[in-house]
Design a protein around this ligand. Sequence first.
Ligand SMILES: [Zn+2]
Length: 278
Amino acid sequence: MCLQLSKSSNKHHVKLPKLGIMRFKAGIKIPEKIKSVTVRLSPTGKYYAVLLVEYEKQTFNKTGRQLGIDLGVADLVIGSDGIKFPTIRFDKILARKKHYWEKRLARRRLQAQKEIAWDKHNKVLNPRCLDDFKNYKKAKLMVAEYNEKMTNQRNDYLHKITVQLVKDNDVIVMEDLKAKNLLRNHKLSRAIVNQSWREMRRMLEYKCAWCGKTLVIVNPYKTSQICSECGYDDGKHTLDIRDWTCPGCGHHHDRDINAAKNILRLGTSLGKRVVTSA
Ligand SMILES: [Zn+2]
């Protein structure tokens, strides 16, 4: 399927087979030649067109810099150079409004189910289904709207972080998440933080590949207990220890920055523990 942006108008229309000229919104300029379009309907009733286009490969200049990153809970990303990106709980920011509609959704679903059961019991000719209840549908849409908004905000934040990391560094070393999940359990925010970590790794993988940078994945074994200055093994540090002084060399460490430095060393040394590299 070969499609073209409509010539008749500005860059806000795309011509699709069978559907004709459609108006769309896009944050970036779309190239003239489109190879294929996939149209997707989101739970909030918005149509998204995923375009496959040809474009000039974007490369960031080489900076000669290498960075190790530790992934955390309070801070999402901690760099071996001391840079920190905090975890932002987008779910909490909208939690109250979402909860308002979640309560209504639960109540209206229950009510609708009762009425459906009544239809069934009385052998009504055209029994209603859930989607026939307008108030239920409205509440369902509102919950979906808030979920979509949270996802968009979170992804936007992750895109900004990963673009900056890829732009500023030639080599990025991060931990293998499979091993990390077992190491650090953190009740409530665990699921959300885990999801951000996974998404971030995915973004770093393809952005590094696009821009000619390298991503190295290492096993995080002992990275938070070994001194990055002298290699002294201080034993296991519990999660509440945020900083410590190395008995070997006397260096005072920020727990996370020290871990990021160790990760960088693992990824850029001979790499015995390198798991994969993208
Ligand atoms: Zn030391």
